[in-house]
Design a protein around this ligand. Structure first.
Ligand SMILES: [Zn+2]
Length: 318
């Protein structure tokens, strides 16, 4: 008998996909792929308490110039729909909730991490737009939202962090109005970047990313949960070029996600000789790696195999 787990969402047979040693948890993490729907997921799933420890306070970046600039692209995906009530699940530092509030959407946010709540009361709370109605810190189901209440629910790079997306999608369907919009952005396990860079792929982000979707597997899941997929976009300026960029450095043997950790201020280039050497060579290669990353991510996007994708679905009538 095989000891492979059954698929999280469709309960079908799976095959072993790959495993990777992750120094952060000092463990080998195994991933399996569903033979029917194509979902890729970590097995066994870590305990809930353990998962909280994967996120430090730096995970919730402060909304700087770049974040505000990139928000515009997120906002663009929704503002073409009639204005209404929005819920952003996994709202982090509330920058998207705020940006939508500025476009006259009645905005609500939700984030369950303890770090996010701390960060919120310290830094975010007093700078919110008047159209931001409320930020929730309990899991989706525990907030007793009314049924048929929201015009749009967004999950920006959230679903891949969950141990099971199904309860969230069921609750989302309940709280969305008929023809309400569901927006999901996630990494793409069918990306060329994953094929090329494998375990060095930036968006693999183990141990945090527990489920990996493709446009096909996510569409199947949504259709089975009462949604109609309306649009899939295959390019994200926010995630795709950087995914290729950091994956190239990871593959060249630099310290793991070195540049990303520099940006997030998790490390300093001057704290050790090793860091300084990594920093120096990062700078030397920068003028080559940066344009190559942009060119590759544009090509991947044209071929519909980008690092990440954004899907918009609608709640079905029945
Ligand atoms: Zn499946």
């Amino acid at each position: 008998m095989s000891k492979n787990p059954f698929c999280l969402v469709c309960n079908s047979q799976t095959e072993f996909f790959f495993e990777k040693f992750v120094s952060e948890t000092n463990s080998e993490i195994k991933l399996f792929k569903c033979l029917k729907c194509g979902l890729v997921f970590v097995h066994p799933m870590p305990e809930a308490e353990k998962i909280q420890s994967f996120y430090d306070s730096n995970y919730y970046e402060k909304p700087g110039f770049l974040v505000s600039f990139l928000q515009k692209f997120r906002v663009k995906k929704l503002v073409r729909f009639p204005k209404g009530k929005l819920l952003d699940v996994g709202c982090g530092n509330c920058s998207f909730v705020n940006a939508m509030a500025e476009k006259d959407w009645e905005s609500f946010g939700l984030d369950v991490s303890a770090e996010s709540e701390k960060h919120f009361s310290k830094k975010v709370k007093n700078s919110l737009h008047a159209n931001v109605k409320k930020i929730y810190f309990k899991p989706l189901k525990e907030n007793n939202f009314s049924g048929n209440f929201f015009d749009a629910v967004t999950f920006w790079h959230v679903l891949e962090h969950l141990t099971d997306p199904v309860p969230e999608l069921n609750e989302t369907k309940r709280i969305l109005k008929k023809q309400g919009k569901l927006l999901i952005a996630v990494p793409n396990i069918e990306s060329f970047s994953f094929r090329i860079f494998g375990k060095n792929w930036f968006h693999l982000d183990l141990p945090r990313h527990l489920i990996h979707f493709s446009p096909e597997s996510l569409s199947k899941l949504l259709e089975s949960k009462g949604f109609k997929v309306k649009k899939i976009s295959y390019f994200s300026l926010e995630h795709d070029p950087f995914g290729v960029f950091q994956s190239i450095y990871n593959s060249l043997g630099f310290k793991w996600n070195f540049f990303h950790n520099l940006l997030r201020k998790r490390i300093s280039p001057f704290s050790s000789l090793g860091n300084f050497i990594n920093f120096l060579f990062t700078l030397i290669l920068f003028p080559i790696v940066l344009p190559v990353s942009f060119i590759l991510s544009f090509i991947f996007s044209l071929l519909k195999k980008p690092d990440t994708f954004t899907l918009i679905a609608e709640k079905k009538f029945s």
